[in-house]
Design a protein around this ligand. Structure first.
Ligand code: SAH
Length: 506
């Protein structure tokens, strides 16, 4: 008999998550995250990165706070290493996510050594470290042909402390850019130590706060002024301090903070199943939250035979929502039943839902609302039968206009909308804290529910509302929500454009 084969312990991956924005995660990092069963993340890892993890994975986030009892960090760190070892030995795929790069002030090496000592194989996946992100996104170079021929990364953590081991003389004389990590609360100490050791207080200095997030801000000054300038605007951490002749104000190179929605937080108010424009908002510089205020429930009542009968009694089927498409076509037993009818869709996402069933819309109006659909259909439906699969909450406009145009309209309710009774907790917290800048509102029903649920929040005053169409704008105003922007094209992307324009014109 051969000896028992020892179980294979899977490799633990120490993955650099980058500085915040998910776009700066490596492809290898993303691949591992998607396959992970357990993700152990540092406090600095961006939410967009965590969102890429396998939905079935267990995600453990760890936060240090200045209020931690002395020694808590060490206890946490030991517990975390023990957990990684135990999970790997149990055969689970573990990704340890570290902010930035694991080996830059990240204790990645200590973790790797502890895992290896326990017989757990380890691989490190590099990440974009905060200094590199801060430089690229602020437009302040780390090296420069004439002004900085070297760069060094320094921990500012111990500046001014008793156990400080920083060679200030060497740093003051350093022929390039000094980059300080962990120094936000010690800017004054760092600047004073540099000048005490001979650095000219007029040397350029810059601080990049919350790099690679929608809240990134850069403050520029000199070694003599930088601490006071950051304090004057209460610049928050985490932040990177750059000191040297190349660390001057970036001017036109500072693109990240000049994106149209930089620093804004936008709520996308929609119904269940709508795909909010997260990526579009992110690329414009905004943070977003999804506020789902209408749950979609199927309306019972049609057998496949009944659905087929409805189709055989129609010349046109008019769809005014994605839900109308899915909840009706689910009941249709055979797609060939659609062969004899023409199909109209109110807009691109409704047409897209039809394409999922491999059928093409015969008609999509130029503007994407019920009135425009009615106008576009009117010339085709005189004396014809139009089937309209919708919900009880939809206004009768489409049916009224088509009837006036000479059609026989049959309205069937294939789903209904259940309004939420509270805002989702994350959105409510942002709103109450006055941190929600915009709400994008996609329908009149959503406007009414949103108005009701936010009525008493102190953050309502400063919140600006963007409506997807003039009709929805009117519904917003009726519900007591002043409208600051209306989409020219009634889509989520149109809403994002409208908000950008409103911000640009102030
Ligand atoms: N391993 C990380 C650094 C961890 S030390 C990396 O490679 O980036 C934590 C320090 O990193 C913070 O105090 C701050 O100085 C810096 N930092 C991390 N994320 C940052 C961000 N998004 N913007 C600015 N500085 C950041």
């Amino acid at each position: 008999m051969s000896p028992p084969v020892p179980p294979v312990v899977p490799t633990v991956h120490l993955v650099g998550a980058g500085p915040g924005d998910a776009g700066l995660l490596t492809r290898r990092g993303e691949e591992l995250l998607r396959a992970a069963e357990v993700v152990l993340a540092d406090a600095l890892v961006g939410p967009g990165v965590l969102a890429l993890a396998n939905p079935a994975a267990e995600i453990v986030t760890r936060t240090h706070s200045p209020a931690d009892a002395p020694g808590a960090r060490e206890t946490n760190q030991r517990a975390l290493i023990a957990r990684m070892i135990a999970e790997a030995q149990a055969g689970r795929r573990v990704v340890r996510l570290k902010g930035g790069d694991p080996s830059i002030f990240g204790r990645g090496t200590e973790e790797a050594d502890a895992l290896l000592a326990a017989g757990v194989p380890v691989e490190v996946v590099p990440g974009v470290t905060a200094a590199i992100a801060a430089s690229g996104l602020s437009g302040i170079p780390l090296t420069h042909r004439d002004r900085a021929g070297a760069v060094c990364f320094v921990t500012g953590h111990d500046a001014g402390r008793r156990r400080e081991r920083i060679d200030w003389r060497a740093l003051a004389a350093f022929p390039g850019t000094r980059v300080f990590y962990m120094g936000r609360r010690r800017l004054g100490r760092i600047a004073a130590s540099l000048t005490e050791h001979g650095l000219d207080p007029a040397t350029p200095a810059a601080v990049v706060s919350q790099a690679a997030t929608p809240r990134q801000r850069t403050v520029c000054g000199t070694v003599g002024t930088i601490a006071a300038e950051c304090d004057a605007v209460a610049l928050p951490g985490p932040a990177i301090l750059l000191v040297g002749a190349a660390a001057t104000a970036p001017g036109a190179r500072g693109w990240w903070e000049r994106r149209p929605l930089a620093g804004r937080t936008v709520a996308c108010v929609g119904s269940e199943g709508t795909a909010a424009p997260r990526d579009a908002l992110r690329s414009k510089g905004a943070d977003s939250v999804e506020v789902t205020l209408l749950r979609i429930e199927p309306e019972p009542g049609r057998t496949p035979a009944e659905a087929q009968a409805l189709l055989s009694e129609a010349d046109w089927v008019a769809f005014t929502s994605k839900n109308g498409v899915t909840h009706f076509l689910e009941d249709v037993p055979d797609s060939r039943g659609l062969a004899g009818v023409k199909l109209a869709a109110v807009g691109p996402s409704t047409a897209e839902a039809l394409r999922d069933y491999r059928v093409r819309a015969d008609l999509v109006p130029e503007e994407f609302h019920a009135e425009a659909l009615a106008d576009a259909l009117a010339p085709h439906v005189k004396g014809r039968r139009v089937l309209w699969p919708t919900c009880p909450e939809a206004k009768p406009t489409l049916a009224d206009r088509l009837t006036a145009a000479g059609a026989a309209v049959r309205r069937v309710h294939v789903y209904r909308q259940e309004p939420a009774t509270a805002l989702p907790a994350d959105a409510a917290a942002l709103l109450d804290a006055g941190r929600l800048d915009w709400a994008l509102i996609a329908s009149g029903n959503l406007a009414r529910t949103f108005a009701e649920l936010t009525e008493r929040s102190p953050g309502r005053e400063r919140l600006q509302v963007a409506a997807i169409s003039e009709n929805v704008a009117a519904a917003c105003r009726d519900a007591g929500l002043p409208v600051a922007a209306v989409a020219a094209e009634a889509t989520w992307d149109g809403l994002v454009e409208a908000v950008c324009e409103a911000e640009a014109t102030g």
